[in-house]
Design a protein around this ligand. Structure first.
Ligand SMILES: Nc1ncnc2c1ncn2[C@@H]1O[C@H](COP(=O)(O)OP(=O)(O)OP(=O)(O)O)[C@@H](O)[C@H]1O
Length: 236
C-alpha cells in the first residue's frame, strides 16, 4: 500500500496553473524521483503534500487517510517530513539542537537525545554537532535539514534538492544514505537537479512540466522518453 498519494492536485497563482490535476504515489521502501525543468511545479507539489499550500482541488493521503485538511505540524506528527530548497534551519541554534527540536515532536520524544545522537552519526555530522548552521557551508546545511527531517522518524520523507552544493564524493555518500533509509521502509520522494543521482537511486521517476505529469516510469524508461527530452531541451 502507498504511504503518500496525491490525486487531482491543482494549484493556480493568478492565471498561472502551477499544478494541473497532478497525481503521484510514493511507496514504502522506495525512492520516487520528481524531476522537471525550472518552474515545473515540484516545490509547489511538496508544499501541497506537506500542508503549506491548500490546493484549489485535489486530495492528499497519508497511509490511506485523507490529510488534505490537516496543518503541516499535524502531518509531521503523523510521519510526513520534508526539507526545503532554501534552508529553513534555526541558524543560531547548534546542529544538535536543530535536530532535538524536531525529535521532540516525533514519536520518540522520551529518547530524543539518543535518537539525535544516532542520526548525527549516521549523517556524519557528529563533529559539527555543536556548530550553528549559519557557520556551515550550504551543502552541509542541507544534510542538517535531512537530519532534522529524520528526527521525527518519518514514514514519508520529501527531499527538495538535498544534494545541491555537495561535491561528487558527498553525493555518493548521500546516495548510500538514501538507500539505507529505504531499507528501513521509509518512502522517499526526491526532487533533484543532479540527474545522475536521480537516475542512480530512484525506483520510479515522475516528470513534471508546466504543472503536468508528462511521464512516469523507472529511470531507464524516463531517460529514453522523447517527451521528457523535449521538455528539458525546451528549458535550455
Ligand atoms: N508564491 C508564488 N506566487 C506566484 N507564483 C508562484 C509562487 N510559487 C511558485 N509560483 C509559480 O509556480 C510555478 C511552479 O513553481 P515551483 O517553484 O513549484 O517550480 P519548481 O519545479 O520547484 O522549480 P525549480 O526547479 O526552479 O525550483 C512557477 O511558474 C512559479 O513561478
Amino acid at each position: 500500500m502507498e504511504s503518500l498519494r496525491v490525486s487531482g492536485v491543482t494549484v493556480s497563482f493568478g492565471g498561472n496553473r502551477a499544478l494541473d490535476s497532478v497525481a503521484m504515489t510514493a511507496e514504502p521502501g522506495r525512492i520516487t524521483g520528481l524531476i522537471g525543468p525550472n518552474g515545473a511545479g515540484k516545490s509547489t507539489l511538496f508544499d501541497v503534500a506537506s500542508g503549506l499550500r491548500r490546493p484549489s482541488s485535489g486530495r492528499v493521503f497519508l497511509d490511506g487517510r485523507d490529510i488534505t485538511r490537516l496543518r503541516p505540524s499535524e502531518r509531521a506528527r503523523r510521519g510526513l517530513a520534508r526539507t526545503f530548497q532554501r534552508l529553513e534551519l534555526f541558524g543560531r541554534l547548534s546542529v544538535r539542537d536543530n535536530l532535538r527540536v524536531a525529535a521532540e515532536l516525533g514519536p520518540e520524544r522520551r529518547r530524543a537525545d539518543r535518537a539525535v545522537t544516532e542520526i548525527l552519526a549516521r549523517l556524519g555530522l557528529t563533529d559539527i554537532a555543536d556548530t550553528a548552521p549559519d557557520a556551515l557551508p550550504t551543502g552541509v546545511g542541507r544534510l542538517v535539514e535531512v537530519g532534522r527531517a529524520l528526527a521525527i522518524r518519518p514514514q514519508v520523507l520529501l527531499l527538495d534538492e538535498p544534494a545541491a552544493g555537495q561535491d561528487g564524493e558527498e553525493t555518493e555518500r548521500f546516495a548510500a544514505l538514501l538507500r539505507s533509509l529505504t531499507a528501513d521502509g521509509t518512502a522517499v520522494v526526491l526532487v533533484e537537479h543532479d540527474m545522475s543521482l536521480v537516475m542512480g537511486v530512484c525506483d520510479e521517476v515522475y516528470v513534471l512540466d508546466l504543472g503536468k505529469v508528462i511521464a512516469v516510469g523507472p529511470p531507464e524508461v524516463i531517460r529514453a522518453d522523447e517527451t521528457v527530452l523535449a521538455a528539458y531541451l525546451g528549458d535550455a
